[in-house]
Design a protein around this ligand. Structure first.
Ligand code: 0WD
Length: 254
């Protein structure tokens, strides 16, 4: 379809072809969007380059949200490329692997700060920069998880960061609404990606969702991608400040 024809989007967080960001990029492209993608470091550049080419997208540089100058450079490059921006998708999270196991109470101050900064604050840093390029309004989208709402085994400090991220979706929606910029999140069910492989007992979590979700299965990055098309397109023009679950219905059960 041409739902996103003429729309220009920046997608942050493609690491490889299993990334949720890649599923989103594929769906957005299939619906006609023109895409800008970033990569984190030279090692991932080699992975992301062919994916960008496959999607007819543009690489707009290295982005590490802990180096704010790289975020500035990416937005400058995107402005050069597109002029204005219609949507941004933020698929970035990080916490030290050894704290995505065991007890939340044992979180170190250092990793707490780092997890919050990369997984929560970075979305606000992105929104601030995107606002300047969204002169015709726009849509900002981030990725969250059910561990923000309920205790989940091993999710620990990431659950706390996702809760803050979901709150920031609401505050950003209120700030940017008058400029017709909408801000939403997708709460995805568990998917086997690079980031997820750091979470303790992840295979068990996948199996548990398969057995207990209303649809009796887990979800795919393609399904998250297709829902993202709705949230970044004009179909959802009346929707902002929302956390939309794409989890085979698990959140009504668990
Ligand atoms: O089950 C899952 N996989 C779920 C993931 C369920 C619900 C939500 N999510 C969220 C994640 O928390 C994250 O916010 O979806 C988002 C995307 O994660 P993903 O697709 O599961 O994982 P992955 O393909 O690994 O992409 C995350 C990427 C990083 O990859 P690695 O694994 O190399 O850390 O986030 C990027 C990086 O490319 N990233 C950063 N980008 C810029 N600056 C940074 C950083 N400092 N840190 C991580």
């Amino acid at each position: 379809s041409g739902l996103l024809k003429g729309k220009r989007g920046l997608i942050l967080g493609v690491a490889n072809n299993r990334s949720i960001a890649y599923g989103i990029a594929k769906s957005a492209r299939a619906h006609g969007a023109e895409l800008a993608l970033t990569y984190q470091g030279e090692a991932l550049k080699k992975r992301v380059e062919p994916l960008a080419a496959e999607l007819g997208g543009h690489l707009v540089g290295h982005c590490d949200v802990t180096e704010p100058e790289t975020l500035d450079a990416v937005f400058a490059e995107t402005e050069k490329l597109f002029g204005t921006l219609d949507f941004v998708v933020h698929c970035i999270a990080f916490s030290n692997k050894d704290e995505l196991d065991g007890r939340y109470v044992d979180t170190s101050a250092d990793n707490f700060t780092k997890t919050m900064f990369i997984s929560c604050y970075s979305f606000t840093a992105v929104a601030k920069r995107a606002e300047k390029l969204m002169t015709n309004g726009g849509s900002l989208l981030t990725l969250t998880y059910y561990g923000a709402e309920k205790w989940m085994p091993h999710y620990n400090v990431m659950g706390v960061a996702k809760a803050a991220l979901e709150a920031s979706v609401r505050y950003l929606a209120a700030d940017l609404g008058p400029k017709a910029i909408r801000v939403n999140a997708i709460s995805a069910g568990p998917i086997k990606t690079l980031a997820a492989s750091g979470i303790g007992d992840f295979r068990y979590i996948l199996k548990w969702n398969e057995l207990n979700s209303p649809l009796r299965r887990t979800v795919t990055t393609d399904e998250v991608g297709d829902t993202s098309v709705y949230l970044v397109s004009d179909l959802s023009r009346g929707v902002t400040g929302e956390v939309h679950h794409v989890d085979a219905g698990y959140h009504i059960v668990g």
